[in-house]
Design a binder for this molecule. Structure first.
Ligand SMILES: Cc1cc2nc3c(=O)[nH]c(=O)nc-3n(C[C@H](O)[C@H](O)[C@H](O)COP(=O)(O)OP(=O)(O)OC[C@H]3O[C@@H](n4cnc5c(N)ncnc54)[C@H](O)[C@@H]3O)c2cc1C
Length: 459
């Protein structure tokens, strides 16, 4: 209790409003990890309500070289917000106000702790649309989405979080407040600095406000949900959809293992007998969506699917998405340990990625469940470990290594949307050439010379 760190934290506590800096064991434990496996209890948890408080925390931490790890909702999948070197877990959860929704400028200004689905529901009531839709959107925060450049099913048409961040307020490691970008939909003043912070995983600064681009809400949606006997046929159908000149707002694909798990969790009979399942969603004006869906259905029917179901309208579509969003939890329900890898390959290599998954299963005797955003080539390859088997962790590491090497050989990347965090750190050197790693290190040193922000991660 009398260590220099403990004394510094007591000093900081006295400078902040009551309740902002906490050290009770319940709060510390609740801020040790995310949805991945690693956890490290911080020495203190800061729960600021204002940018001014974040500034005070960072100025102090910078002076005393105390590690600070930003945290949104703790729903990351790579251990990104784990305070690996202890110090302060800086939770933005209480900075959760929507400051403005402006239908004329098509922008929303929000604090980082706003839950993604809350913002989406609010703007949709005004006929506006914030497209980035991670499957965790009911739980994750905008700040976390920005720091991981989160994507989701709609990325295939609408892009990822990066494409909606017009401006940010960020507090740098030494407490300097920088307002970058703005509220205009185009801006070429200087470097694209606000984008540097998108996907920076809390290593470069703490986002305290974001100005987000909104779109008009497409008034109508329809889904073709299609079951196949083989993954090959499903992949060929994805190609046929794009070859037909369609740009769906989602193209999601799942394998048999995932479908069985989803059936067990949700009780749905929708996937019975299917070895692969494809969800294609179209959005736009009602008449054009319906006309396009007729054509799309004909294209898909030519691929000899086992089942085709077309649903029309937001309510019916949401029924399908409700099941889709359960896939991740359904795999967890199997009782096996799930290592979820959000690898991404060029769109044309998706079938090869599924084949790679099957090969891993054969070579390492580990079940592999694959599902995800086929339209982006971003398929979640889940190694499903039976922890009762001897040597399973060693085999899993070898399988992951083979997966990442295979993905890179296909021209892909080791993470499409979850980030590096701790989970992918062992493969950072493999994935990124030395000159690019050095550029990362130089940027990090320039913005955080004492290395206090999220230390122990990939830079
Ligand atoms: C069931 C499930 C499904 C998921 N599906 C998807 C999906 O479809 N697409 C997808 O992209 N992800 C998905 N994820 C992963 C996760 O939800 C995203 O990474 C999300 O962006 C994390 O947000 P969070 O608020 O929970 O961030 P946290 O986990 O709290 O933090 C994530 C990272 O952001 C940093 N950070 C957080 N807030 C700030 C801030 N204000 N300033 C600076 N840095 C900050 C942290 O330091 C950390 O490095 C899923 C996760 C789960 C559990």
């Amino acid at each position: 209790m009398n260590s220099p760190l403990a004394r510094s934290l007591q000093q900081l506590k006295r400078r902040l409003p009551t309740g902002v800096l906490r050290q009770d064991s319940g709060t510390l434990d609740a801020h040790a990890g995310d949805k991945w496996f690693a956890a490290r209890t911080p020495d203190a948890v800061a729960l600021p309500r204002t940018t001014k408080e974040v500034v005070a925390i960072l100025q102090f931490a910078h002076r005393h070289a105390i590690p600070v790890t930003a945290r949104g909702a703790g729903h990351g999948y790579v251990g990104g917000c784990v305070p690996q070197r202890g110090g302060i877990a800086l939770s933005l959860a209480r900075m959760n106000r929507i400051l403005e929704i402006n239908p004329r400028d098509f922008v929303a200004v929000v604090e980082p702790g706003v839950i993604t689905a809350t913002l989406q529901a609010k703007v949709e009531r005004l006929g506006l649309f914030y497209p980035p839709d991670p499957a965790s959107r009911a739980d994750c925060s905008i700040g976390g989405n920005i720091a991981t450049n989160a994507g989701g099913p709609r990325s295939v048409k609408y892009g990822v979080t990066r494409d909606y961040v017009l401006g940010i307020e960020v507090v740098l490691a030494d407490g300097t407040v920088a307002r970058l970008g703005g509220r205009v939909h185009k801006n070429k003043t200087g470097f694209d600095l606000h984008r540097l912070f998108v996907g920076s995983e809390g290593l470069l600064g703490v986002v305290t406000e974001a100005t987000l681009k909104l779109l008009p809400l497409p008034p109508h949606r329809a889904i073709a949900a299609v079951g196949f006997d083989t993954m090959k046929a499903a992949c060929a159908s994805v190609r046929a959809v794009f070859d037909g000149g369609f740009l769906p707002c989602a193209v999601e694909l799942a394998d048999e293992f995932t479908l069985n798990a989803a059936r067990d969790r949700t009780g749905t009979r929708r996937f019975d007998g299917c070895r692969a399942y494809l969800i294609v969603e179209l959005d736009g004006q009602r008449a054009s969506v319906r006309a396009e869906m007729r054509e799309l259905r004909a294209i898909l029917a030519r691929r000899r699917p086992r089942t085709v179901q077309v649903v029309d309208g937001a309510v019916a579509c949401e029924q399908i998405w409700k099941v889709r969003r359960e896939f991740s939890y359904a795999l967890r329900d199997t009782g096996l340990t799930k290592l979820n890898e959000d690898v991404v390959v060029p769109r044309g290599a998706v079938e090869k990625l599924f084949a790679l998954g099957a090969r891993l299963h054969r070579r390492h005797a580990i079940r592999v469940a694959c599902f995800g955003h086929a339209g982006d080539g971003n398929i979640h390859v889940n190694l499903m470990l039976d922890e009762s088997q001897p040597g399973v962790r060693r085999r899993a590491h070898a399988a992951l290594d083979e997966l990442f090497r295979g993905v890179l050989a296909l021209g892909g990347a080791i993470t499409g949307e979850h980030g590096i965090g701790l989970a992918k750190k062992p493969w950072w050197n493999l994935a990124v050439p030395a000159p690019v790693r050095r550029a990362h290190a130089r940027i990090k040193r320039a913005l955080d010379p004492r290395g206090i922000l999220n230390p122990g991660k990939f830079v």
